[in-house]
Design a protein. Structure first.
Ligand code: NZQ
Ligand code: ZN
Length: 390
């Protein structure tokens, strides 16, 4: 196990009706002038925004509002939010929505206290030293941004989708009410489940030896998701299954499963080019890329893939030909994502093979590699994209 520092200061408030106390938590973390940030129509339609507004007013907090965050959040609205925060002396951002709204809030928080262009943080030109505090009311179990140190924004000037991360960006609090996820369309529920599984796999495939605790935590979370996912797909109002999926999504990505071990993340970065170019759902893009990445990297450590197949999917170990077991695990993963309604190749996603040079260009892969488990150069990234076309 490698040395590590694990810092996850977010206060998680879990359960029915907890969004009605949002104002109390904003106050607890020093907020008085709040930017309420949200997405399209879902949070207004469900009455969530009204409940949050009421809770903020009850605590005597000033409220400014900025809605309209799109999936794969864009830089344009971030700039608008930064200006609003500066003009209105905002001291706390409350994000009500999914990963896109939360990531947009995190980006606004960075830009509001910075004299330059917020995009500097996403290109590595500037490092994060301060940010406005962010709290969240989560409405979809998926990206894990409610507990993560990251934010992913698409710059419209060339469709660059880039991540930025710092422990300072972890939310102060996150309210997780599983009931709020019951209004999700099945496709979004499935995309979220796919994304959280990918977050665990990105950590599971490692070259670090003797990481039994985190291996077993990864396997446990994946097994719970595999058990609970069909229940929420069959019955969207199943509170207990929604609750398990919601907590799994947070635990999959606050890095409790990734400490003390090298991680990969090539699949995520390859996927970000897909959702950057086509504006597809991130989880759907991962369903296409991840199994292709697995096939490409399988030979690097067949036994780790075989272990995943046995422990997660219950495949039988073939000691003579472990590759057969390893491949059975990948097949099981594909079958599972297909059963949720996920696309499994470029065509099903609406992506085009002839766009691969474009994807490689925005990935800016020349002269560097992607991924920790197996470093992929340009040629290797292209090979993964090609495998994803099949
Ligand atoms: O805009 P509204 O109307 O709210 O609709 C949203 C959106 O269309 C809808 N939705 C959300 N909650 C709902 C709901 N519809 C009905 N009922 C509800 N309760 O769902 C759609 C997708 O929302 P979005 O926020 O985009 O989903 P998700 O949470 O999957 O976030 C995806 C974004 O997060 C990034 C992805 O790249 C993508 O941009 N990621 C962020 C990470 C992080 N910050 O740590 C890590 C991830 O790997 C990921 O890259
Ligand atoms: Zn993800």
């Amino acid at each position: 196990m490698d040395n590590f520092v694990f810092y996850s200061p977010t206060k998680f408030v879990f359960g029915k009706g907890e969004e009605n106390h949002a104002g109390k938590y904003v106050k607890e973390f020093g907020g008085s002038r709040v930017l309420l940030h949200f997405g399209g129509r879902s949070a207004e339609k469900s009455g969530l925004l009204d409940r949050i507004r009421e809770s903020l007013k009850k605590e005597g907090l000033y409220i400014a509002e900025l809605g309209g965050v799109e999936p794969n959040p864009k830089s344009g609205l971030v700039y608008k939010g930064i200006e609003l925060c500066k003009n209105e002396n905002i001291d706390f951002i409350l994000a009500a929505g999914g990963g896109s709204v939360i990531d947009s809030a995190k980006a606004i928080g960075l830009g509001a206290l910075y004299d330059g262009d917020f995009w500097d943080f996403y290109t590595g030109k500037a490092s994060v030293e301060k940010t406005l505090p962010v709290g969240t009311v989560l409405t979809i179990a998926a990206a894990g941004s409610e507990g993560s140190d990251g934010s992913v924004i698409t710059h419209e000037d060339g469709n660059f989708k880039r991540p930025c991360g710092s422990d300072l960006m972890r939310p102060k609090f996150s309210i997780l009410n599983p009931e709020l996820t019951q209004t999700l369309p099945p496709y979004q529920t499935a995309c979220g489940i796919t994304d959280m599984m990918a977050h665990v796999f990105e950590r599971y495939f490692t070259n670090t030896k003797e990481v039994e605790v985190t291996d077993r935590m990864c396997e446990g979370i994946l097994k719970a998701i595999i058990q609970e996912a069909p229940k929420v797909m069959a019955d969207p109002d199943n509170y207990e299954a929604r609750a398990n999926i919601m907590w799994a999504g947070t635990m999959a990505h606050n890095d409790i499963c990734g400490v003390g071990r090298q991680q990969d993340w090539a699949s995520h970065n390859l996927e970000h080019e897909l959702s950057g170019l086509y504006d597809c759902a991130h989880g759907a893009g991962l369903a296409v890329i991840f199994p292709a990445w697995m096939e490409y990297t399988l030979e690097h450590n067949v036994m780790r893939f075989a272990q995943a197949a046995v422990r997660i999917w219950g495949c039988e170990m073939n000691f003579e030909y472990p590759e057969i077991t390893a491949r059975a695990g990948i097949k099981a993963l594909r079958g599972f994502w297909k059963s949720l309604g996920m696309p499994l190749n470029f065509q099903e996603l609406g992506a085009k093979e002839e766009d691969i040079p474009k994807l490689l260009e925005t990935l800016q892969i020349d002269g560097r590699t992607e991924g920790g488990f197996v470093p992929l150069d340009r040629e290797a990234c292209e090979a993964v994209y090609r495998l994803a076309c099949r």
